[in-house]
Design a protein around this ligand. Sequence first.
Ligand code: GRG
Length: 324
Amino acid sequence: MAMASSSTFDLKSYASVRRSLIEAKLEECLGDQEPLALWESMRYSVLGGGKRLRALLCLAAFEAVSNAGTARAGASNASALKTDLQPALPCACAIELIHAMSLIHDDLPALDNDDLRRGKPTNHKVFGEAMALLAGDALLMLAIEILIDITDAKVDRSVVLSVALELTRATGAHGMVGGQVLDMQFTGSGQNMKPDAQLLEAIHRSKTGALIRFSVWSGARIAGASDELLLKLSRFGEVIGLAFQIADDLLDVTGDATTLGKTPGKDAATDKVTWVQLFGVDGSLKRLAELEHEGSLILEACNLSTTGGLALGALLHYAIHRPN
Ligand code: GRG
């Protein structure tokens, strides 16, 4: 049987099968409930949109670690669902809920003041600022709720607790919120207060990278990865997180509104410090190539050649070369 590699791996089929599971679970978590206006606003920003990159990373890491040590994936069946993903599904969805809430709040007039997201009017444009704020708050707590509520017999309570703890760290002042604050402190500051590459990477690592790193780490943790493997996959997640944000900065310069589903050129218009602003398009492409190489080496060292491992490699490539 022909063996699949990261470059021949059919990510499209792999992702399509797993996205269906993710969408169904998100629908279940966000069923119509009271107060209707609140749930409508929550559903608007979570369902029917988004690449689901973070949830896919979580499921791929879970799959990779669950099957570590078994036979290499064959090219023809690389996307087939052979592993029960249910133990990791609530976590994958919790990550998407947190991600969606961060987008709602990020788009508010008090922050980025954006009108367009995923090709639709932003949440506050449809439901008003007060409801958008509250929908974000509710999604944040719902994410924690569905995580702590994991009752799958295959997942030990101590694992659930450690995953919940890491998620709060990745999301709050140690992670996304802290990174957003640092980002704001440099936005619009002109030439005088530019961070250097190290500081900018630290901002990216917390604002965007922490949740992406958590996505990989949590899937691996739920699957019972050893401390050594967790450390390697955690670094892999960090590399994807950083690369994802640099690619995002590049897309803001090179993309168009239809493909991106959001307004391009905002970074320059608001004088946001980005990799592109500091090092130009070529400098950004060079850094992305370095990160892709580093991520591939880490993955090789993890020795995860089954479907999940190949998917992680393909998702690294996708995070860097994606169209939106
Ligand atoms: C978490 C309590 C709490 C508050 C949020 C606003 C804020 C604090 C943080 C901002 C975080 C943020 C929006 C970072 C940008 C990350 C980014 C590039 C998002 C785009 O992600 P994609 O491309 O989006 O994966 P889709 O639409 O595909 O899901």
